[in-house]
Design a protein around this ligand. Sequence first.
Ligand SMILES: C[S@@+](CC[C@H](N)C(=O)[O-])C[C@H]1O[C@@H](n2cnc3c(N)ncnc32)[C@H](O)[C@@H]1O
Length: 292
Amino acid sequence: MQLLLRKIVTRPHRIAAILSSSKALQELSRHPHPTAQAIGAACYRALIGEVAPEERAAIARIEALRTRAAASQELLQVEDFGAVSPTANLTQEQMYAGRTVQRTVGESSRAASKRPVWTALLYQLVRAFAAKRCVELGCCVGVSAAYQATAMQAAGPGGHLWTLEGAKALAEVSQRHFKQLGLDGQIDVVVGRFQDTLESLLQAQGPIDYAFIDGHHDEQATLRYLEQILPHCQPRAMLVFDDIDWSEGMKRAWQAIWADPRLPMAIDCGEIGVVVLDSTLAERIRVRAPLW
Ligand SMILES: C[S@@+](CC[C@H](N)C(=O)[O-])C[C@H]1O[C@@H](n2cnc3c(N)ncnc32)[C@H](O)[C@@H]1O
C-alpha cells in the first residue's frame, strides 16, 4: 500500500490512471473465474508493492546483485541481435547478422534490466500461477530471470527456467550471477539467437506454463515468437510481453495480440502486456491497468 501512495504522491499527473488501475485490478481479483482472480490479485500486489515477509530476504539479495551489476566496470564484447532502437528500422537480415559493441556490465544492466516495479510484477505473476516450466527470451545479466526463478521456488519445488540470450558474454555474466544467488540449479541459459534456439528448446522442453518475451523488440519478430510459442503451451499458460510501448512497431504488435481471438485474457499494464490462454474463461477479458 505504501508503494501505491508513493506512486500517487510522486506522479500527481498519473493519479487518475493509478487509481483506475487499482480499481480495475481489485475488480478482476473478485472475478468468479479462479485464473482471472489470481492474475488480478497478482497485478494488484505488484501495484501496491506487497510481498510476503518470508519472501523479502530473497528479493533483497537480487536487488543487492542488481546494485553490484549496475556499478560494475567489467568490459564485455556484446553481440546485439535486437532492434537496437525504436527508430532504427532494421531488416530481419540486419538483426540476424547483429553487431558487436563494447559495453560494461553496468551499462548493459542499467540500460536493459527491468526496473523493480516490473520485476515485482513478474514475481507476483509466476508466484500466483505456480508456473513450473518457464521460458524467457532475453536474459541480459539475469535480473528478471532471478526474480522469476525465485518466485517459482516460493511457489514450490520442481520449477525450471530456460532463459535465452544471444550475447555470449552476457550469458556468462548471468550464469555467474545465478550461482551467487544459488539459482544455478534452477535456471539454464541458452546461448544463441532466438531465431536459432527457441524452436528446438520448445520441442525439447515444452509444453511450457509461462514465457516472458523481453528481447528483439521488433514487430514481426514478436508476432513470430507468439506463433512459435503457442503450440508448445499448456492449456492454461501465461505469456508476458515486455516493452509493448517501446516503438511504433511494438505498439502494433501488442494491438494485434490484444485483438487476437485465440487469447481469452489480456491485461495492459503499461510497459508490459500479460496474456492468459485459459480457454475455460467464459468471457473475453481485456483490462487496461498501467502499474506506473
Ligand atoms: C531487454 S534485455 C533483457 C533484460 C532482462 N529480461 C532483464 O530484465 O533482466 C534483452 C536481451 O535480449 C537479447 N537479445 C535481443 N535480441 C535477441 C535475439 N534475436 N536473439 C537472442 N538474444 C537477443 C539482448 O542481447 C539482451 O541482452
